[in-house]
Design a protein around this ligand. Structure first.
Ligand SMILES: Nc1nc2c(ncn2[C@@H]2O[C@H](COP(=O)(O)OP(=O)(O)OP(=O)(O)O)[C@@H](O)[C@H]2O)c(=O)[nH]1
Ligand SMILES: [Mg+2]
Length: 201
């Protein structure tokens, strides 16, 4: 490639960059999801789970988990030549939730990652984005050994509005995560268009 020019001789496009949050309860796979798609080495802020934290850090279902995010995960994915997403994974544990307000500043939308074995853990994230009118979708991370529930059951259990998409995914799989991210961008665009209409009519 010639410097400053794309291969087919077209002038280079300045990509639109969008910020997407990846939220959800403790240990649902947020760090895993960001790492699965990021084209840069993801920034992680992991600390070891310690014996002292055992009473508060419930690792039921994720017994193999030894670390937890204390500030954020950061990654980047180019969805199209002209569309780049910056991904910000939030810390899952409640004691770090003061970070969320900082992280959600300027975000286009959010992915609420859920684990059907501990669905209640994502209530707080759903509530957080609903209150702030930040468009989000719920992505169910299908851990092996967990029961598969139809999207409709997840929707009912979380008491989600009809317009909020629910998708199944594998947080370790690049293609699956990419589909989730395309879904959230699409949803945020639709949500934005609807709300603009509501304001102008
Ligand atoms: N089997 C399986 N394991 C997964 C999957 N996603 C994540 N894991 C494992 O689950 C554990 C938790 O993943 P993390 O990505 O650290 O979860 P997190 O949501 O970032 O956790 P916190 O930052 O502590 O809230 C890790 O041991 C992962 O290897 C999955 O889809 N399937
Ligand atoms: Mg994490």
């Amino acid at each position: 490639m010639i410097f400053g020019r794309s291969e087919r001789g077209k002038p280079p496009v300045e990509p639109v960059t969008l910020k997407i949050l990846v939220a959800g309860g403790f240990g649902v796979g947020k760090t895993t999801l960001v790492a699965a798609v990021s084209e840069i080495r993801p920034l992680r802020t992991e600390e070891y789970l310690t014996e002292a934290g055992r009473p508060v850090d419930d690792t039921t279902g994720v017994e193999a988990k030894h670390t937890t995010t204390v500030a954020m995960d950061f990654g980047r994915i180019t969805l199209r030549e002209d569309l780049v997403l910056y991904l910000f994974g939030t810390p899952g544990q409640e004691r770090f939730w003061f970070m969320w307000d900082e992280l959600s500043e300027g975000s286009l939308g959010a992915v609420v990652l859920a684990d059907t074995r501990r669905l209640e853990d994502c209530f707080a994230a759903v509530d957080y984005f609903e209150r702030r009118s930040i468009p989000f979708l719920v992505a169910v991370n299908c851990f092996e050994g967990s029961d598969r529930y139809p999207e409709e059951d997840v929707r009912q259990a979380l008491d989600l509005d009809d317009g909020i998409p629910v998708v199944l995914c594998d947080a370790r799989d690049r293609r699956s995560v990419r589909d989730v991210l395309v879904g959230v961008v699409q949803h945020a665009m639709d949500y934005g268009a609807e709300h603009r209409e509501a304001v102008t009519t």
